[in-house]
Design a protein around this ligand. Structure first.
Ligand code: GAR
Length: 209
């Protein structure tokens, strides 16, 4: 199944998710724990990373979920390389009958081609209160701006960076002695609650863009 809004799933017929990561995958681990603790209306059937070295792949493997790193293929032309990579990713998603793609710390920007194929069924979590502080260095930018409040945002992915309809947000206080690492850890704790709960509501049709 490709493109368009997701079907409304139930705990007896859960949405088949792929989770895409780039690093340690603490968000993936939290989602798997949530899904495996009781029956949910979504379950993870595939974990993909953009490197075979991504530590988070182990969270999928240790739970018996097909988990693989797909590195960028060797191509001289950068835009051809991105597309070739995404074709490999897309083929895996289709082979695993994936219905929805969950970006969880996936640090590559997806092409309009890929976004177009999965639009409405491609979600991301970003560690700030979007539209404030998009980009790869949200915590650094939050601290540099000196704001007292940050948070996290779950949104549908569109063709622009950290854009697309917002499904849920939660606030997190910035403390005066925070550095990037303490702030990141505090925001992640909230992300680990917000993402699974938002998936419940989106997959079951309780919220729509
Ligand atoms: C999370 O905080 C997520 O919001 C962020 O990367 C971290 C991944 O942590 N994503 C982005 O910054 C995307 N622009 P994890 O690998 O421990 O789950």
């Amino acid at each position: 199944m490709e493109s368009g809004l997701p079907r409304a799933s139930t705990i007896d017929n859960p949405t088949r998710l792929a989770v895409m990561i780039s690093g340690g995958g603490s968000g993936l681990a939290a989602l798997l724990e949530y899904q495996l603790s009781e029956k949910r209306c979504h379950r993870t059937v595939l974990v993909l990373a953009d490197s075979t070295l991504a530590g988070g792949l182990e969270h999928g493997r240790s739970n018996g979920i097909r988990s693989l790193g797909i590195p960028l293929p060797i191509e001289k032309d950068k835009s051809e390389q991105r597309l070739a990579h995404e074709r490999l990713v897309h083929d895996e998603l289709v082979s695993a009958d994936v219905e929805m793609v969950v970006l969880s710390g996936y640090m590559r920007i997806l092409t309009p081609w890929f976004v177009g194929l999965w639009k409405g069924r491609l979600l991301n979590i970003h560690p700030s209160l979007l539209p404030d502080f998009p980009g790869a260095h949200a915590h650094r930018d939050v601290l540099a701006a000196g704001v007292g409040l940050t948070g996290c945002t779950v949104h549908l992915v569109d063709e622009r960076v950290d854009s697309g309809p917002i499904l849920a947000q939660r606030q997190v206080e910035v403390k005066p002695d925070d550095d990037e690492s303490t702030l990141q850890e505090r925001v992640k704790k909230i992300e680990h609650i917000l993402y699974p709960e938002t998936l419940d509501r989106y997959c079951s049709g309780q919220i729509s863009p």
